[in-house]
Design a protein around this ligand. Structure first.
Ligand SMILES: Nc1ncnc2c1ncn2[C@@H]1O[C@H](COP(=O)(O)OP(=O)(O)OP(=O)(O)O)[C@@H](O)[C@H]1O
Ligand SMILES: [Mg+2]
Length: 252
């Protein structure tokens, strides 16, 4: 990202930011509510175009995602809310990409859906509907959907995995399972990962680097070891959860 800005009317959400994610790196982005974290992920996924600046993936400018096209760079987004399609079964949700674009048979897709559900600890629920699942289960199904592999797709360079608050609202054991999954998957497919999270255990387990976003800008970027001890006022306030400090809650 170079000089990347995103605004909605007079609301400047991202203000001239620069960030380079290394191939294979896991970065956790933290920042208060409304600071633009989800916006950043949507830009990376091609769901929105920036107001100005450059966003390149493997050196190629990111383009606006079209539903009828396969996206050339392999970018997968796990949304902040599960965003499952309510009228489709778990199998149809998880296998959505494969049903739509791959040349795999029904049987081959079913096997891959089964593997993806096993990976998130939800084997055997493929015929259920999203409305029959708990919130945490829906979240894990959305994870399986993002992680499913299409062996008939052209081989892509390092995939980019984007996780928007993947462990918010989960119990501590479910958190650990998801955090392990993020690390394992990133290593398995040699992906770069960008994880948005406020959960300390997720930062501890998933981050190699941490970036703190506030009021449109990265206020601190560094190694996770440094994040734990940094005396930067933004980092100190984030770690302590104090009301005193440079970060003030949004007015609404
Ligand atoms: N489609 C849109 N139209 C207008 N404003 C928007 C739109 N999407 C986001 N915004 C604004 O952009 C800002 C950042 O929103 P964003 O969802 O990226 O925040 P966030 O950091 O992910 O917050 P949270 O931690 O609550 O998820 C907010 O002020 C929001 O109102
Ligand atoms: Mg968000």
């Amino acid at each position: 990202m170079e000089n990347l800005s995103m605004r909605w009317g007079s609301n400047i959400v991202l203000d001239d930011i620069d960030l380079r994610l290394q191939a294979g790196e896991r970065l956790v982005v933290v920042g208060p509510s409304g600071s633009g974290k989800s916006t950043l992920l949507r830009l990376l996924a091609g769901l929105q175009l920036p107001t100005s600046g450059r966003l390149r993936i493997h050196g190629e400018p990111q383009t606006y995602l079209r539903l009828d096209q396969r996206h050339p760079p392999d970018v997968r987004l796990v949304f902040q809310n599960p965003a499952l399609l309510a009228s489709l079964s778990v199998k149809e949700n998880v296998g959505f990409l494969l049903y739509r674009f791959s040349r795999l048979s029904e049987q081959e897709i079913a096997e891959r859906v089964d593997m993806a559900l096993q990976a998130v600890g939800l084997a055997g629920i493929e015929e259920q509907m999203p409305g029959e699942l708990s919130g945490g289960m829906q979240k894990r199904v959305s994870f399986a959907r993002a992680l499913i592999e299409d062996p008939t797709a052209p081989q892509s360079l390092t995939p980019l995995l984007l996780f928007d608050e993947p462990t918010a609202g989960l119990d501590p054991v479910a958190c650990t399972r998801i955090e392990d999954l993020i690390v394992r998957t990133s290593e398995l497919v040699q992906a770069s990962s960008l994880v948005v999270s406020h959960v300390m255990s997720t930062i501890d387990r998933c981050a190699e680097r941490v970036a703190l976003l506030y009021d449109g800008r990265f206020r601190w970027i560094g190694a996770v070891e440094d994040f734990r001890v940094s005396t930067n006022p933004y980092v100190v306030q984030f770690r302590s959860g104090s009301l005193q400090g440079p970060m003030q809650p949004a007015e609404n």
